[in-house]
Design a binder for this molecule. Sequence first.
Ligand code: FES
Length: 574
Amino acid sequence: MTKKSIDDLRSQRWYGPNNMRGMSARARSRQMGFGPEDINNKPRIGIINTWSDMNTCHSHFKDRAEEIKRGVYQSGGFPIELPAMSLGEILVKPSTMLYRNFLAMEAEELIRCHPIDGVVLMGGCDKTTPALLMAALSMNIPAIYMPAGPMLRGYFAGETLGSGTDVLRYWADHRAGLIDDEKLENVVGGMSRSAGTCMVMGTAATMMAIAEVLGMTIPGASSIPAADTSHSLMAASCGRRIVDMVWEDLKPRDIMTEAAFDNATIVDMAMGGSTNAMIHLIAIAGRANIKLNLDRFDKISKRTPVLANIKPSGDFLMEDFYYAGGLRGLMNRLGEHLDLSQINVTGKTLGDAVKDQPVYLDQVIKTLDNPVYPEGGTAILRGNLAPNGCVIKQTAADPKFHKHRGKAVVFKDYTELNLRIDDPNLDVDENSILVLQNAGPIGAPGMPEWGMLPIPKKLLEKGIRDMVRISDCRMSGTAYGTCILHVAPEAAVGGPLGLVKDGDFILLDIASRTLNLEVSDEELDERRENWQPPVYPATRGYTALYGKHVTQADQGADFDFMHAGDETPEPLIF
Ligand code: FES
């Protein structure tokens, strides 16, 4: 391993030269109250903090940033905190996905333009993790990802509650008239009991775990609940380790290899992870010129059983997962399914990280011969309705719909869906297939999590809780039901989804991985000739840039000018 010397450090290009610029940089350190004994001969460590009062899942990040700084000082580095867009999933509209690429670019440029030698990336709430990893690969300086960790279990009336999953369930009960406003408010009160991310296997938990499998966290970090004292200790250890990584010159592209992405996909499938992981993995890998595609995911899905018995595919919550042995326990159980020779931020192998981690609770992390589900949580479908693929979380779908033929009930956009879904005259029954058009990356824009289309009220009142639903948008990783998502190409760019009409028959068959519209090619050609694209809603600002450059879901929905390429060049300094 090459050991760097102080003269090799990136930050020395700012502080080192004996010229007016160097003098000015050193003078400005004095302005902040730091003298030569604080900064000389020390790596500068950036701490990219996605804290804000609008990100409820990161409310502990002010404390964690201080704990990371403590670790940086302990190892002889100098910490510099840099705030970045916080992307709180619940409050950012129209969708945090619109801004994932924004944060990825912001983090990349924060690293690029500042005199830092290594960086700790603080994320957790859904899009923050992929965005920060995308930035890390683009810049490729030593980096550690510090996961926010899941919040504590929710509780109400003796029952544990899972974020999102049980909100959606209780909301459906409320719409069906089964529970009143007071009970609903009590559910609200018990749902979110501490700092941290959603505590089901939603997108946040999935992506934090994926960051760990990719090698970008301290081993074991992603499973620690945010409120646990071990979380503070983990934050400090991130600070200590990143300083060593700078001297060792251990960088993201050394760690996040093609084999590491396969490991991440295997673990995602074994966790019953969020469907969003497919898009994010493609986008992250793309920043290192690693081409992933949906068929590769499906191949892995077919040979990987679901072991994590966590909502929405299972019964338990992330806090239980931690007590059961956490991600390292699950990876230990997966054993030979994984390439254990891959390295992580410690410089050691994944095998070293997981080899001594037992599983304590078999009902939470199941065995390979008694899995939750015999194959992976996410299946990839293709057919004339989704020529470039789409996804379904098969473990969260009612098995009676795994093979289903039904008549389409079409909504041309989300506004029309909301206006008509509860209309008593809507021509729909429990075998119908609900279709939402124009909700993809361009159509919405930003591909929001509208894919768990609401069940029409008149069917809810009859006790119906699942139907087949198809869209070009995403759904929350906390959601459930027979929801076919990420249809590509999307309706708004001329995909066949935009040609579906009320009454068309659609055939879904998960076992054969197909989704087909039973309309002749001639008829589809005729409809295509009469098709008009929707008007894109922005001509200026970031949303206009997004509309010009975002790629389709099967390509990761990154910007075409960011996806792939070499490391971002260093800025000129004179
Ligand atoms: Fe932040 Fe779910 S809202 S992780």
